[in-house]
Ligand binder design. Structure first.
Ligand code: ADP
Ligand code: ADP
Ligand code: MG
Length: 452
């Protein structure tokens, strides 16, 4: 087992990883930017190294400084968390070259599966259903238009390097295609430094259903069931749950098998997620995330499996200690992302100092965050500051538990999106489980009227 792990991330996911290490008696090294000196991840880790200025380019994306910190502190592994360098194949390979274990798949596998256009090609070869669209990347606007004409409008123009819902635009017709393509491409170039694009049929009002998988170094792959992440704003998840309230056992088995097939076909190793769109019992692969995901806790709550600890064990060369048939699903879990933003001002980020914090607790309530009273939410990074997670015997009890947890929580000094999530938890469509990815856009005005 590892002796010391460096966590190349910040915020709630850095805290989550440090906690897992503490429980396993593995030493931890935090890295931080000058803006994060007072952050909780820095305080919790055994050691902390400043890796640069506030901008991500100077710090959390600064491979050289992070690797130097690992070498200088004698860390034997690096956990990348999510975002930042977590899907950067160059970084994964650099770790390996420096004799440090990257907790995740190899650089080669990240290259293949983290690239969305290429992953699509690989899934087609594996026989996993994908959304109709271009085979891989499209070379130009005109090549894209030919594909769009073939599959029929509306189409979605997507960035191969995309993530966090950025770098994609819908084109309803040929007239707007060129403009949508160029807008999405520009966004991708700015956000990811890569403007490779591909085309998919725009599936109308699907559910977003994803499967968590775990794969060890010896070819053993299991799935930990599905998550329904259809509650999204601008293609970014807001509320996630497990299991999905609607899908049948046979559909779960079918999708789970496809997820395992995808992982095996790509020689995947470590934790990963296969994302699908589900439209009237037809499912289509959309992408693989080759890292831990924000919403992993809901799966942990219903399976009892600590996914971060499994990631560490797999990277250390241990074999999975269970088979698919050993995995049981208990009850229902829901997660609300806590974003420092003001829903009433078009979800504008709301950085600032948390002047008062009261955290709900009790049976089946979990709070994964980087918040503490007096902490500062920096304007330099993503606005997600934490997650509230509940687990109960069934979906309706979980909804009630989440509502009461939100009623109890106090976060003052910054705005958060929790009142918005509270409104969702009271809407009939959500309660009945009949929502899809169009839910938030469709109900936006009504949802914004609610105050706790
Ligand atoms: P998930 O599929 O786990 O929900 P997201 O696409 O929402 O992942 O991204 C995970 C989190 O990391 C989100 O809060 C997102 O805004 C953030 N994120 C995504 N890409 C980056 C990046 N390059 N740098 C920093 N944060 C990022
Ligand atoms: P990201 O890397 O940003 O997470 P995804 O490819 O996973 O990008 O898509 C994010 C979300 O965008 C999906 O969960 C879904 O709501 C929507 N989406 C993606 N592809 C399609 C599609 N072909 N048709 C309809 N909606 C889509
Ligand atoms: Mg996605």
């Amino acid at each position: 087992m590892f002796h010391k792990i460096l966590i190349a991330n910040r915020g709630e996911i850095a805290v989550r990883i440090i906690r897992a290490c503490m429980q396993e008696e593995i030493e931890t090294v935090a890295v931080y930017s000058t803006a994060d000196k007072e952050s909780i991840h820095v305080q919790l880790a055994d050691e902390a190294v400043c890796i640069g200025g506030p901008s991500s380019m100077d710090s959390y994306l600064n491979m050289q400084n992070i690797i130097s910190a690992a070498v200088n502190t004698g860390a034997d592994a690096i956990h990348p968390g999510f975002g930042f360098l977590s899907e950067n194949s160059k970084f994964a390979s650099l770790c390996k070259d420096c004799g440090i274990v990257f907790i995740g798949p190899s650089g080669d596998v990240i290259d293949k599966m983290g690239n969305k256009a290429m992953a699509r090609e690989i899934m087609i070869a594996a026989g996993v259903p994908v959304v109709p669209g271009s085979e891989g990347a499209v070379e130009s606007v005109f090549a894209g238009m030919i594909v769009a004409k073939e599959i029929g409008y509306p189409v979605l123009i997507k960035a191969s390097a995309g993530g966090g819902g950025r770098g994609m635009r819908v084109a309803e017709s040929e007239e707007v295609f060129k403009n949508a393509f160029e807008t999405a491409q520009l966004e991708a170039r700015n956000a990811f430094g890569d403007d490779t694009m591909y085309i998919e049929k725009f599936v109308l009002d699907p559910k977003h259903i994803e499967f968590q998988i775990l794969a060890d170094k010896y070819g053993n792959v299991v799935h930990l069931g599905e998550r329904d992440c259809s509650i999204q704003r601008r293609n970014q998840k807001v509320i996630e749950e497990a299991p999905c309230g609607l899908i049948s056992k046979s559909l779960r088995d079918q999708m789970g098998e496809a997820a395992i097939k995808a992982a095996k076909f790509s020689n995947y190793e470590n934790a990963g997620t296969i994302e699908f769109l589900l439209s009237e019992d037809e499912f289509y692969f959309i992408e693989m995330n080759t890292r831990i995901q924000v919403e992993h806790p809901v799966t942990e709550m219903i399976t009892g499996i600590d996914i971060v600890k499994e990631q560490i064990k797999i990277a250390a060369g241990l074999q999975l200690s269970y088979k698919q048939s050993d995995i049981e699903f208990n009850g229902h879990a829901i997660e609300c992302r806590i974003n420092a933003e003001n829903p009433k001002l078009n979800f504008r980020p709301s950085p600032g100092t948390v002047s008062l914090l009261h955290v709900p607790g009790g049976f089946g309530i979990r709070f994964d965050s980087a918040l503490y009273q007096g902490c500062t939410i920096s304007p330099f990074y993503d606005s997600m500051a934490g997650k509230l997670i509940v687990h109960a015997e069934d979906r309706q009890s979980a909804i009630r538990k989440m509502r009461s947890a939100i009623e109890e929580i106090i976060i003052e000094g910054i705005e958060t999106n929790l009142s918005f999530s509270y409104a969702i938890l009271h809407s009939r469509e959500f309660i009945e489980g009949k929502f899809n990815t169009g839910f938030v856009a469709k109900n936006l005005e009504k949802l914004l009227e609610t105050d706790i």
